[in-house]
Design a protein around this ligand. Structure first.
Ligand code: HSE
Length: 382
């Protein structure tokens, strides 16, 4: 069978090599990229129509990233009846319903396992479990770049900028790493996971998010004295009032699972009514793990053509930003003593339990826009 890959960057190359170096029977006939690298003249084209109008090509992998023109290319392929797999969390999060329905209408497969967790088979297992079990919640580390940075700062005393540079060199970061650092990448992965877990259609803008762009060496020193480890966490909980979803740094005790997740690894845990607790750990970013996962989606699309037929529910659960309440660490130059928070060190505060609405409102009203905020895991007693 013949396939094509859109994009010959980090993930596209990893996907190509995974298929080429194994005897899997799926041949990559064409790759689309803006430039034709030397030695790849027979493989790489700059003209999308060479793929769209090639009837031999039945599976197309999108590894371009960004919304446009990936949206136009993916919809054109689905309309032509080609199955599509994608590692693009931004695309899948933004056009989840439309792309799912388009694949269904045209009788083709749409898969996007590496869009969350890179090399971890998280989404396909979440989807499989959710067929028979009620997912109560999930939470986890879903961004390899920020995990690499937090880990390097806390265990190897790297300055923030150096850790980011290495994460970029290792191919973990987005081409513009802003979405890694400000939590937008994790927020999109949270929305996609929530869609599968709770059969909903989440708007990423409805997920309150704090990133790690403001973390300083001083925060890391304070965490060392508190005996906690910071990790960027995406979480979604089905409460009686709706879905409580968030992305924020969380401070964990040393014995927690999340504290033991290093470098670019991700760790996502679901809690199912029947399944109980189930964790998935693996490399969340990088050429080979992500490429291998996308190549596996291509094989599934080529050889297992059962579509995950999906009818969207008529109404979707509301979002709930008030039921879940946590303590927060706030480091800022605003004077917050009058609010009754404890202050373990000058300029650092520990709040009482607060809702997502309240902590984001507090942050929005701070004068110090470089404040760093993290929630405190319930197992931390200090
Ligand atoms: N920039 C992303 C990350 C790539 O660091 O997790 C994988 O989605």
């Amino acid at each position: 069978m013949k396939a094509a890959i859109l994009g010959f960057g980090t993930v596209g190359r990893g996907t190509y090599e995974a298929l080429k170096e194994t005897d899997c029977g799926l041949e990559v006939k064409k790759v689309l990229d803006l430039y034709v690298p030397s030695g790849y003249e027979d493989l790489v084209t700059t003209d999308f129509n060479d793929i769209l109008f090639d009837s031999e090509i039945t599976v197309v992998a999108e590894a371009m990233g960004g919304l446009h023109p990936s949206y136009e290319f993916v919809t054109a392929c689905l309309e032509k009846g080609k199955s599509v797999v994608s590692s693009n969390k931004y695309l899948i999060c933004t056009y989840y319903r439309e792309l799912t329905e388009l694949a269904e209408k045209n009788g083709c497969v749409l898969r996007y396992t590496p869009a969350v967790g890179g090399g971890i088979p998280w989404l396909n297992n979440l989807s499989r479990i959710a067929r028979l079990d009620e997912i109560l919640s999930f939470r986890g580390i879903v961004n390899g770049t920020t995990n690499y940075i937090l880990d390097a700062m806390q265990t190897r005393s790297f300055p923030f900028k150096d850790a980011l540079r290495v994460a970029q060199e290792l191919g973990y970061a987005e081409s513009d790493p802003t979405s890694d650092l400000n939590g937008a990448d994790a927020r999109r992965k949270c929305a996609i996971s929530a869609n599968i877990a709770f059969d909903t259609i989440m708007d990423e803008d409805d997920i309150p998010t704090f990133g790690i762009e403001n973390i300083t060496d001083r925060d890391v020193e304070i965490f060392g004295r508190m005996g906690v480890t910071a990790r960027l966490i995406a979480e979604a909980v089905m409460t009686p009032s709706g879905i409580s979803a968030s992305v924020e740094p969380v401070l964990f005790p040393p014995e927690s699972l999340e504290s033991s997740i290093h470098v670019n690894y991700n760790c996502i845990t679901l809690f199912g009514r029947r399944t109980g607790q189930l964790s998935f750990i693996g490399q969340g970013a990088g050429k080979d793990p992500t490429g291998c996962s996308l190549a596996n989606d291509m094989l599934d699309a080529a050889y297992d053509t059962r579509r995950d037929s999906h009818v969207f529910p008529e109404s979707i659960p509301p979002t709930d930003k008030t039921t879940v309440r946590k303590r927060y660490y706030i480091r800022c130059s605003d004077e917050l003593s009058a609010l009754g928070f404890s202050s373990p060190e000058e300029g650092a505060y520990i709040t009482e339990r607060m809702s997502l609405t309240d902590i984001h409102s507090l942050y929005d009203n701070l004068k110090d826009k470089n404040a760093f905020i993290a929630s405190i895991d319930k197992e931390v007693t200090a």
